[in-house]
Ligand binder design. Structure first.
Ligand code: PLP
Length: 434
């Protein structure tokens, strides 16, 4: 048994499934998850001493590459000053200002520790602001694991959702309506069935948790208009896309495409913590001021705005200059093109979808025409991805261990790193074809 296998066996004895977050278990690709012991730049190293080019990037946060020296330095310096005070610190306002300056509509911001908390708080705020209970979410969008968001579509488009996990009460799921993404009629039907009762629609700014599925042209504007007409708030979840899809998040991609959508609330996570637990909810000052202590909507956190985590986020955002985003865009374009040609050469039907610098690859003839929603994403050929994944892993490239994830490049994915990935592609594409 390898050190890695030993570690997995040991972890499984004391941790459910051996992991602290389910997708890490390799459940959908099979095999033993790699236990990582270190990471630097574009590479991660496992417990057996094997080094891989990493295309997971901690599921998004590692924008600059792993363990960027200046970020690590900022973290060490902050740690030396104290790990946690449970009192306000100067850097919190600096991070809030840094974020607000880059995202129109974010007038005020509250720091929390996880994306789950950010979306949970945004929804509570929307309910507090509107005095309404119902929430609309899109099928296949992930916003963390709070009860009301673990909801699956019920029997009809405008009917209440069912629990999407054991342990979620029917009554909680029934506060959520789940509609197909990019489907204007379904959205209109939900509002028409429940006029004046919907507190908010929450949407990933561009969906990236069912593979990358960008909003169709005009869809986000349509959504914002519908919310405004009904008096519901629009919550744009940029936990994954924020400061990654583009410097100003997916909102910037939309603006550049001519869509001026300013959501009422925006959630952030991942990149704003640079690999440490920081997330945030921000938006209209009048809505944000409803939060305690200025308002009646309660929210709190022992470790919220933790000084060590905030130092990592602040250093990351300050280093994320134009050159970083230019590199990210170039790496993303070059890699997706190389993957596309390798798959085409091997005769593997596929489609590559993009949202700014984010992209993912859907395998299979049933999806090759494009994936606008979750029902279509579920028709992808997961077995072909599994074969591709393991061929790449064997060749030293670590892809997300699920066909439903974005592929994450970092600013450390330079030409040499891309060449390593590209060299592994033809054999992996042939494996996918078999
Ligand atoms: N929202 C989106 C769009 C996400 O991608 C995620 C996590 O992947 C979350 C919310 C939840 O964030 P966290 O895992 O930090 O709770």
């Amino acid at each position: 048994m390898s050190a890695n296998d030993d570690l997995f066996a040991r972890a499984q004895r004391v941790i459910p499934g051996g992991v602290d977050s389910p997708v890490r278990a390799y459940g959908s690709v099979g095999g033993t998850p790699r236990f990582l012991v270190s990471a630097e730049g574009a590479y991660v190293t496992d417990a057996d001493g094997r080094r891989y080019v990493d295309l997971v990037a901690s599921w998004g946060p590692a924008l600059l590459g792993h363990a960027h020296p200046e970020v690590v330095e900022a973290v060490v310096a902050a740690a030396r000053r104290g790990l946690s005070f449970g009192a306000p610190t100067p850097a919190e306002a600096e991070l809030a200002e840094e974020i607000a300056a880059r995202v129109p509509g974010v007038e005020k911001l509250r720091l929390v520790s996880t994306g789950t908390e950010a979306t949970m708080t945004a929804i509570r705020l929307a309910r507090g602001a509107t005095g309404r209970d119902l929430l609309v979410k899109f099928a296949g969008h992930y916003h963390g694991h709070s009860d009301g968001l673990l909801a699956a579509a019920g029997s009809g488009l405008a009917t209440f959702a069912l629990p999407g996990s054991a342990g979620v009460p029917d009554a909680v799921a029934a506060q959520t309506l789940v509609v197909p993404y990019n489907d204007r009629e379904a959205l209109e039907a939900a509002f028409a069935a429940h006029p004046g009762r919907i507190a908010a629609v929450i949407t990933e700014a561009a969906a990236a948790n069912m593979g990358v599925v960008p909003p169709a042209s005009g869809f986000t504007t349509f959504l914002a208009d519908l919310c405004r007409r009904d008096g519901a708030l629009l919550i744009s979840d940029e936990v994954l896309t924020g400061f990654r899809a583009a410097a100003g998040g997916y909102a910037q991609v939309l603006r550049e495409a001519g869509e001026q959508v300013v959501p009422d609330l925006v959630t952030f996570g991942k990149v704003i913590g640079g690999g440490m637990p920081v997330a945030a909810v921000g938006g209209r000052a009048d809505v944000m001021d409803l939060l305690a202590p200025t308002g009646p909507v309660y929210q709190a956190g022992t470790l919220s705005g933790n000084p060590v985590a905030v130092a990592a986020g602040l250093a990351t955002l300050r280093l994320a200059d134009d050159a970083v985003y230019t590199r990210l865009a170039a790496a993303s374009a070059a890699l997706s093109e190389a993957v596309g040609s390798a798959l085409t050469d091997a005769g593997v039907p596929h489609v590559i979808q993009r949202a700014g610098t984010l992209f993912s690859v859907f395998f299979g003839a049933d999806v090759a025409g494009g994936v606008p929603d979750y029902a279509t994403a579920q028709r992808q050929d997961a077995a072909a991805y599994r074969r591709f994944f393991h061929a790449m892993l064997g060749a030293g490239v670590s892809l997300p261990p699920s066909a439903y994830e974005a592929w994450f490049v970092t600013a450390a994915h330079d030409e040499a790193v891309l060449a390593e990935i590209t060299a592994a592609l033809p054999a992996a594409a042939r494996a996918a074809a078999t």
